[in-house]
Design a protein around this ligand. Structure first.
Ligand code: NAP
Ligand code: MG
Length: 389
């Protein structure tokens, strides 16, 4: 469904107002299949070249999609490929409107989720053994030294998983989170399960502590913000009692799961911005949600959908604002702010899509379908920009 919305967002909200010069890569499944996924690699290279990218949601094919699209194979997640090329941390922030109250009563300010976008279970190796036996992990280091650890000796069918991360990626993750917290002037909270995972998770804890102590103690004090570390279960419990207004640094899997929970608790998956920030100064903006497949099948049947395009629009405003900042184009920065303001104004005036209509208070003035919502925004944007065709 996001592939249907993407050109409409451009046509109605961007192209009439911006002399857009972009390099375009079609990451649709058909094109990825045709190019043996080279197009994804090219897109990642282009972000490295230009510094800023904006990406639509993409399908990570499973067995059903392979059949549906008649694919050569189950291509990897394009996000995985692009993240691996950029390294980096994904920051996700809920978009708040007055008439949608967070599910958690105490949350008044956005909770930003900082998700480490490298390694762990997303680059794992797994084994299923029918007979069981001795399950081990082995590392042969560069000097040929063999490190070996028995996980368990067991009878019967069993599963084993190997995951990894690197000091350098964890350092970048820590720095990215501390920088982001400083930029937004909000506290940074981080948690792992270091009491149970005494080497793996503890490494994250130690690296965060070291980087904070050597590079950020004074900067945080000057900004009047704090770094707080605790165990993940303790953090989750405490988070429910905060006012929000902080950065929650999450390991890769925690961030995957918790960012959807935070988005949904703040109102809707479609009201969450997402940007991948790389330590090399590269930025990739996207929506936090997927392709909204269920709505697409309705659309194919000729039914009207009420799909919320706010996160897609914010992907564009994020990218345009960053481009404007990097190139010193004040008008572009100001356009991004006006478009975001228009989206908020429209929803707060009671004109919204179905996902928000179910939970907003007071009830909506009008529930709009996917295109009606974009048309309503276009009319308001022209007015707010004082633009006449
Ligand atoms: P999804 O696209 O995030 O949608 C899950 C459900 O959330 C939808 O069915 C819908 O609920 C609601 N929703 C999400 N975005 C919405 C929006 N903009 N407006 C209104 N409702 C919205 O997840 P999915 O359907 O499980 O995944 C579909 C595909 O997306 C998969 O192929 C997956 O690989 C891909 N994916 C891509 C990315 C990415 O590229 N960044 C991320 C995640 C998933 P209702 O049906 O109840 O209305
Ligand atoms: Mg996810």
């Amino acid at each position: 469904m996001t592939r249907v919305l993407w050109p409409l967002v451009k046509e109605k909200l961007i192209l009439p107002f911006i002399d857009l010069k972009t390099v375009y890569f079609d990451l649709g499944l058909t094109e990825r299949d045709r190019t043996d996924d080279q197009v994804t690699v090219d897109a990642a290279e282009a972000i490295k070249k230009y510094g800023v990218g904006v990406k639509n949601a993409t399908i990570t094919p499973n067995a059903d999609r392979v059949k549906e699209y008649n694919l050569k194979k189950q291509w990897r997640s394009p996000n995985g490929t692009i993240r691996a090329a950029m390294d980096g941390t994904v920051f996700r922030k809920p978009i708040m409107v007055k008439n949608v109250k967070p599910a958690v009563r105490t949350w008044e300010l956005p909770i930003v989720v900082g998700r480490h976008a490298y390694g762990d279970v997303y680059r794992n190796a797994e084994i299923y053994t029918e007979a069981g036996g001795k399950l081990e992990i082995v590392a042969t280091d560069k000097n040929g030294k063999v490190l070996r650890e028995t996980v368990v000796e067991i009878d019967g069918p069993a599963i084993l998983q190997g995951v990894y991360n690197t000091d350098s990626s964890i350092r970048s993750f820590a720095r990215a989170c501390f920088e982001y917290a400083l930029d937004l002037k909000i506290d940074c909270w981080f948690a792992t399960k270091d009491t149970i995972s005494k080497i793996y998770d503890q490494r994250f804890k130690i690296i965060f502590e070291e980087i904070f102590a050597t590079e950020y103690t004074t900067k945080f004090a000057a900004a009047g913000i704090h770094y707080f570390y605790t165990l993940i279960d303790d953090l989750v419990a405490r988070m429910m009692k905060t006012r929000g207004g902080l950065l929650w640094a999450c390991k890769n899997y925690d961030g995957d799961v918790m960012s959807d929970m935070v988005a949904s608790a703040f109102g809707s998956l479609a009201m969450m911005t997402s940007v991948l920030v790389s330590p090399h100064g590269l930025f990739k903006y996207e929506a936090a949600h997927g392709t909204v497949q269920r709505h697409y099948y309705k659309h194919l049947k000729g039914e009207k959908t009420s799909t919320n395009s706010v996160a897609l629009i914010y992907a564009w405003t994020g990218a345009l604002r960053k481009r404007g900042e990097l190139d010193g184009i004040a008008e572009l920065v100001s356009f991004a702010a006006t478009l975001e303001g228009t989206v908020i104004e429209c929803i707060e005036d009671g004109y919204m899509t179905g996902d928000l209509a179910q939970i907003c208070d007071p009830p909506p003035v009008k529930v709009l379908n996917s295109t009606e919502f974009l048309d309503e925004l276009a009319t308001r944007l022209s007015r707010n920009l004082n633009y006449h065709k």
